[in-house]
Design a protein around this ligand. Structure first.
Ligand code: NDP
Ligand code: ZN
Length: 355
């Protein structure tokens, strides 16, 4: 079978030939339909994030997959079921995080991530995976099932943000997404179409005309350009925010978020920055957090429950939104196009099988 693999930091992804994997006991064989590409894949390709599997000099990419069960191999799944795989696996045997069903809370060293950290990904014609990691997706969502993983990231982030307010009355009305990349935009769609927040905003640093800003407009949100209005000045220029979702990976944003939040507000941080030293007024931020009951939560990855919630969410995002969000789906013969980045690209996927 064909797979898309990369030597991290040493060039572009290439098509390689690999044997069709044999499912172990408790694992199913899945025929891949589509695999999404995101910022993390680009970090893996340039060697900035992730690890090769032991004994391999290339990593099969892909952590945002949807496929169809080819061989249930004695598990509860049925041939023909559409499934989206979770990403984390235990490094050897299992550990307490996986046993509790909370692999997303495992610290470094206690997990592998398929397509990212020490385990081959799903960008191949077939993959195998333990049955409990394969989350059912309704057949009518098969083509968009590669969005379940990114949506699950936000399901977790919002769950943790809400948990930080779960002891009090908290009904966010104003919310901003920092970042107009694919994760930011899918999150904005969730704010507007699923959570039905009253007033939503999205931060970018681009000029109009731009397809991501068009989508922000069409969703009924307000576009804020960080070159004109830095995050810390948003309360003055617009309003303070009950909820901030940071998806830029721009390291000043978490600190500016503290200033952008309304009293009792929560900032959920998902961006992954490189090292960067800069000056901040720590006293002021500390005081803001304490005297206005503000919270910041960092969150990474997601577990099966978040995938299940993401399937529901995906089914309530209108088709016009996913049509605008997914700017390209490419077959193996032109898979390189799925890795092109420019301002006209929002979300892409590689297609292995059209069913
Ligand atoms: P992208 O790189 O596609 O999106 C980031 C967006 O933020 C870009 O559109 C960029 O604008 C914008 N941006 C960056 N800096 C600024 C700034 N100073 N002001 C305004 N806008 C800015 O990444 P993704 O959408 O795929 O992911 C978002 C972040 O989340 C990344 O850091 C990624 O690593 C991380 N991530 C974290 C996960 C987790 O589990 N915690 C899971 C998946 C992703 P432009 O395009 O114009 O440069
Ligand atoms: Zn991803």
């Amino acid at each position: 079978m064909k797979a898309i693999a990369v030597e991290p930091g040493a060039g572009d992804p290439v098509v390689v030939e690999k044997p069709v994997p044999e499912p172990a006991a408790g694992h199913a064989l899945v025929r891949t339909l589509r695999v999404g590409v995101d910022g993390t894949d680009h970090e893996v390709i340039r060697g900035a994030h992730g690890e090769l599997p032991d004994g391999s000099d290339r990593l099969v990419l892909g952590h945002e997959a949807v496929g169809v069960v080819e061989d249930p191999n004695g598990t509860d799944l049925e041939a023909g079921d559409i499934v989206a795989p979770t990403v984390r696996r235990p490094p050897n045997g299992t550990n307490e995080y996986f046993e509790r069903g909370e692999p997303d809370m495992a610290p470094e060293g206690a997990y592998l991530e398929r397509g990212i950290v020490g385990a081959h990904g799903f960008m191949a014609e077939y993959f195998t995976s333990p049955a409990e990691t394969l989350v059912p997706v309704p057949a009518e969502l098969a083509e968009l099932g590669f969005l379940v993983e990114p949506i699950s990231i936000t399901e977790k982030a919002l769950e943790h943000a809400q948990a930080a307010r779960s002891t009090v009355h908290w009904e966010p009305e104003s919310a901003i997404v920092l970042g107009n990349g694919s994760l930011g935009l899918v999150t904005l769609a969730m704010f507007e179409e699923v959570l039905e927040l009253e007033r939503t905003y999205c931060l970018g640093k681009r000029d109009r005309p731009d397809p991501s800003i068009d989508l922000i407009d069409d969703l009924g949100a307000t576009y804020i350009d960080s070159r004109e209005t830095p995050v810390s000045e948003i309360p003055e220029a617009y309003e303070s925010m009950d909820l901030v979702y940071e998806a830029t990976g721009y390291a000043k944003h978490p600190f500016e978020t503290v200033e952008a939040l309304a009293p009792n507000g929560v900032g959920a941080l998902v961006g992954v920055p490189d090292d960067w030293s800069f000056e901040i007024d720590g006293g002021r931020l500390h005081r803001e957090l304490v005297l206005h009951n503000k919270a910041l939560v960092g969150t990474v990855n997601s577990h099966r429950g978040h995938f299940e919630a993401a399937v529901d969410t995906l089914s309530s995002i209108p088709e016009w939104v996913t049509d605008d969000l997914v700017t390209g789906v490419y077959g193996l013969e032109e898979f390189e196009r799925a890795f092109e980045r420019n301002d006209s690209v929002i979300k892409t996927a590689v297609e292995f099988d059209t069913r």
